[in-house]
Design a protein around this ligand. Structure first.
Ligand SMILES: NC(=O)c1ccc[n+]([C@@H]2O[C@H](COP(=O)([O-])OP(=O)(O)OC[C@H]3O[C@@H](n4cnc5c(N)ncnc54)[C@H](O)[C@@H]3O)[C@@H](O)[C@H]2O)c1
Length: 276
């Protein structure tokens, strides 16, 4: 059911790769809620072709840009502002990638070139997007910017590797830039810390199936899926959340407040009894 929450708003969405992507679901919902969209992803993602389907479905323009490349981002913002006829109202940063995770290297034996790439793609790209948006004065007053994070920024979850460091930086960027952009233009900047979710990026995490099961058992409301995440992000783009800024907002069914649940304890009891 749509509520017209984004009627008349225009927004730029990074990171829709395929229909499992959180950004894909956000784009669908934003379109349903009346927004006009401009979609972007890395050039390599375009070659897979699926994002064209989303563009057609949401009547959006597509523009390839590597979010680590300043020139690409500048051209992207120019193209989006041309399309929108000026400033716009929201940005979703839904970008993450770790070559160390991809190559299966463990945190105590990572490759530092890869580590820098992880930080650049998954965290610095958010700063670059914000810095260029500000320099180009691309956002309307009270615009809303959201990036996606994970609880590994606060707590150690085995297997999440250098992405944990990237998420910690991402959340800090939201606070530091949120102050500057808030004072100047009332632009709000938040991160949404989402449950583990089956997507292309999510599936790369070591032990993802077990992590999903554990997290689901630990969360009183269960894991939040990509569509539920999209619903939450839409509220943050809407005018109903105008004074929310510089926050890391957990969208995780309660996981981040838990220590041990009955459901997880029962599972642990079972395996404990099996031990000789
Ligand atoms: N899936 C999960 O379990 C989970 C949980 C919490 C947070 N998140 C975060 O959600 C966000 C979206 O991930 P997802 O799970 O939807 O997976 P996804 O694989 O669908 O999306 C990741 C996107 O990042 C894009 N990308 C990678 N390098 C890029 C670059 N250089 N320039 C531009 N785009 C680039 C990819 O093309 C892809 O579209 C990420 O920040 C991820 O860390 C995911």
């Amino acid at each position: 059911m749509a509520y017209n929450l984004l009627k008349g708003k225009k927004g730029l969405i990074f990171g829709a790769l395929n229909e499992k992507s959180i950004a894909w679901k956000v784009a669908e919902k934003a379109h349903e809620e009346g927004a006009e969209l401009f979609l972007t992803n890395a050039p390599a993602a375009f070659r897979l072709g699926e994002v064209n389907v989303l563009a057609e479905k949401t009547k959006s323009d597509l523009y390839p840009a590597d979010a680590t490349n300043i020139k690409d981002l500048e051209s992207l913002f120019d193209a989006a502002m041309l399309k929108f006829g000026g400033k716009f109202d929201f940005i979703l940063h839904s970008i993450g990638m770790s070559p160390n995770v991809r190559k299966g290297l463990s945190y105590n034996d990572i490759n530092y070139e890869y580590y820098l790439k992880t930080l650049d793609v998954s965290a610095l790209s958010f700063h670059k997007v914000l810095q260029i948006a500000r320099k180009k004065d691309a956002l309307n007053d009270w615009a809303s910017v959201v990036a996606l994070s994970y609880v590994a920024a606060q707590r150690t979850l085995f297997g999440y590797n250098d992405m944990a460091d990237a998420k910690a930086a991402l959340e800090s960027i939201a606070r530091s830039f949120g102050y500057i952009y808030g004072i100047e233009k009332k632009v709000r900047i938040n991160t949404v810390s989402q449950s583990p979710t089956i997507t292309t990026a999510g599936s790369g995490v070591k032990g993802m199936e077990s992590l999903l099961d554990f997290s689901n058992r630990m969360s009183p409301l269960g894991n939040a899926d990509a569509e539920e995440c999209a619903n939450y992000v839409i509220t943050l783009f809407s005018d109903l959340t105008r004074k929310v800024t510089m926050q890391n907002l957990f969208h995780d069914g309660g996981f981040s407040s838990m220590g041990m649940s009955e459901a997880a304890l029962k599972q642990y009891d079972k395996s404990f009894k099996k031990c000789p």
